[in-house]
Design a protein around this ligand. Structure first.
Ligand code: AMP
Length: 280
């Protein structure tokens, strides 16, 4: 497995593959890899001739009060996991390589996709994500881009970005991988203490209660969200940041919850921000 840090070298590597007609799958990550990431890699390994991954904690997508410094970093262990899955190359750019002196361009995302959910609480976050992903795609030149449905708003935004910017890449969204107790896998789970980790699955239990309500006769958004809230309220340490029900692709709020609706939330627990969602 090749490990490449220089953007030009990454591009040279990918260009040769593309020119020889290879189908390239690409899995961008911020490292601290878990089964959620590895499922994306495995899906690409099955579908594509070449699989590339990246590990880069992108400062542009973190707010000034967010956990950029505290974000878990474990490059050696990550590379070992990717190598075991026979990833062809891993792109590990430095901050200087990514944003050299004089860097002056940002991709700005506007419109309904960044009205609700995480966007109002993380100003600039999706611009930072869009900018780094456009750059990562420029360096890795993939045929397919693999993303996790756990970050549903990110999927919707990036699908929009590649369409809007006429980028030649197919976005593949993969299902959320969960721990046995239902907690959505996340690198941030590592930052939970023992107590927080034991409490955290309440988020998924809440979402499941919401989905159950949505499949019953009384399925207006208010009733569905109340069902979620009732479950989560049992754990006083969990502070809900938002809880919304939206149409899963357009992310527009829905009043009557039916198939294709997504219940999504963010919550703080032990100062760790967790997100999760469920499709009805
Ligand atoms: P991150 O390292 O958190 O930036 O995530 C890298 C990619 O892995 C993103 O496309 C995420 O949506 C995806 N991902 C993270 N956690 C999970 C999970 N539990 N299940 C599926 N995909 C995930």
């Amino acid at each position: 497995m090749k490990v490449i840090s220089d953007p030009r070298k990454m591009q040279d590597f990918s260009r040769k593959l593309r020119r020889s007609g290879k189908v390239i799958g690409f899995v961008p990550t911020m490292g601290a890899l878990h089964r959620g990431h590895l499922e994306l890699v495995k899906t690409s390994r099955q579908k594509d001739e070449v699989t590339l991954a990246s590990i880069y904690v992108n400062p542009l997508q973190f707010g000034p009060k967010e956990d950029f410094e505290k974000y878990p970093r474990m490059l050696v262990a990550d590379l070992e996991l990717l190598s075991k899955l026979k990833v062809d190359a891993v792109y590990t750019p430095s901050n200087k390589g990514m944003y050299p002196e004089g860097f002056s361009t940002e991709v700005k995302v506007t419109g309904p996709l960044v009205k609700g959910l995480c966007a109002p609480y993380r100003p600039g976050h999706f611009d930072g994500v869009a900018t780094v992903v456009v750059k990562l795609l420029g360096a890795t030149l993939p045929t397919r881009l693999y993303l996790g449905q756990k970050d549903a708003q990110q999927v919707a935004v990036l699908k929009r970005v590649v369409r809007d910017l006429d980028m030649e890449v197919e976005v593949v969204a993969c299902p959320t991988v969960r721990e046995k107790d239902g907690l959505a896998m996340s690198s941030r789970n590592l930052r939970l203490g023992q107590k927080g980790r034991a409490i955290a699955p309440v988020l998924y239990r809440g979402l499941c209660a919401g989905r159950k309500q949505a499949l019953s006769r009384k399925r207006d958004a208010r009733t569905v969200l109340a069902a979620v809230r009732r479950v989560i309220a049992r754990e006083k340490e969990v502070k809900l940041q938002y809880l919304e029900v939206v149409e899963k692709d357009s992310l527009r709020p829905v009043k009557r919850v039916g198939p294709g609706a997504m219940i999504a939330l963010a919550a703080h627990l032990e100062n760790v921000r967790l997100i999760d969602n469920i499709i009805v």
